[in-house]
Design a protein around this ligand. Structure first.
Ligand code: BJW
Length: 288
């Protein structure tokens, strides 16, 4: 291993305390301890559907009712979930960084709203790369609405989940009522499109202004520490930021259940760190 102290807490603490610029990239593993499933691996299925197969514009075009059932379920579960100690540790880091003039940018791929509910917002350098379950867009015009927490969103989704509530939608043994496009709420602006979740699906562009801001931030100077938290880091452009931010003096710090698997340790550079375990348990200790 290039860095024999790759999982030494005191060595990492010294590195973090001397850092002037810190970037974090978060993924679904951060919210796992809050009870929300990840995308890939065992938890990556909703009923008999692969979660990533439902997160596409093509899936929505083919069966918007089915995709909405998946997102109605996700909205419901995210509203019921509670931010964990990992979200809180990141919020506290943002606040501390601001106080001492350290630059901190936190890119999250999560759409569950838990960062904000832990007190971490845009002012604390949080950027939601893949949007939010609680924003709505039109599937054909530019209309959008921020912060809609209706649960469920509309009557047809309520009807589909009457028996046992939205949580029962996870059970593949329960037959789903088909929801036609006509039963979904119309766009109030163009009146021809229907409302869809305000998230970024595969093949869709991330918000251009946000991406410009991230590129500018990375270009402002060497990033001392990049925290890669609970993400498989396979989805682009999110994953590319780890490499974009890497300079000769950068430490990449992986916090993931599988961080210390031999194949992952092989990739570590001499300044890098790897901490294996639950992000909700590790982050409070790492970022204290
Ligand atoms: C724990 C834990 C615990 C578990 N503690 N850890 C370059 C190369 C190749 C492909 C592309 C490329 N550029 C673009 C692409 C295409 C595509 C892409 O990246 N494909 C790859 C999969 C190959 N990218 C896109 O399409 C993006 N758009 C784009 O590039 O547009 C450009 C363009 C468009 C049109 C014209 C021209 C240009 C958009 C990507 C959007 C991704 N959307 C989703 C759905 C969001 C909405 C929703 O939530 O439903 O985002 S997909 C899904 O994956 C979701 C996640 O945010 C994202 C990342 O997943 P994440 O968070 O990493 O979760 P997992 O499950 O993968 O990993 C969890 C990890 O946690 C694991 O490692 C566990 O070990 C760990 N873990 N418990 C700590 N307790």
């Amino acid at each position: 291993v290039a860095n024999p102290a790759y999982s030494s807490l005191p060595t990492f603490h010294a590195r973090l305390r001397s850092a002037h610029r810190i970037l974090a990239l978060c993924g679904a593993g951060l919210s796992a301890a809050s009870g929300l499933p990840t995308f890939r691996g065992a938890g990556g299925y909703w009923r008999n559907h692969e979660a990533t197969a439902l997160a596409t514009p093509e899936a929505f075009a083919a069966d918007p009712g089915l995709v909405w059932l998946f997102y109605a379920y996700r909205r419901h579960m995210a509203l019921k979930a509670v931010p964990n100690a990992g979200h809180r540790a990141l919020a506290a880091l943002a606040e501390r960084a601001e106080g001492v003039g350290v630059d901190f940018l936190c890119l999250s791929q999560n759409v569950d709203g838990l960062h904000a509910r832990a007190g971490h917002g845009e002012g604390g350098g949080l950027r939601l790369l893949h949007g939010s379950l609680f924003d709505l867009k039109c599937d054909s015009c530019e209309w959008m609405e921020k912060g809609n927490y209706d649960d469920p969103l509309c009557e047809s989704l309520r009807a589909a989940s009457e028996e046992g509530g939205l949580e029962a939608l996870l059970d593949p043994g329960r037959e789903l009522r088909r929801i036609e496009r006509e039963e979904l709420p119309r766009c109030p602006r163009c009146e021809t499109g229907v409302k869809r979740p305000g998230v970024v699906w595969f093949g869709e562009r991330l918000d251009a202004e946000m991406l410009r801001g991230v590129d500018e931030w990375i270009g402002e100077g060497e990033v001392d520490v990049v925290l890669v938290i609970g993400t498989s880091a396979v989805v682009h452009p999110a994953a590319s930021y780890v490499y974009d931010a890497r300079g000769p003096g950068t430490s990449i710090v992986t916090v993931n259940l599988d961080a210390e698997e031999p194949e992952n340790l092989e990739e570590l550079g001499p300044r890098d760190f790897a901490f294996a375990g639950d992000a909700a348990e590790l982050l409070p200790r790492l970022l204290e």
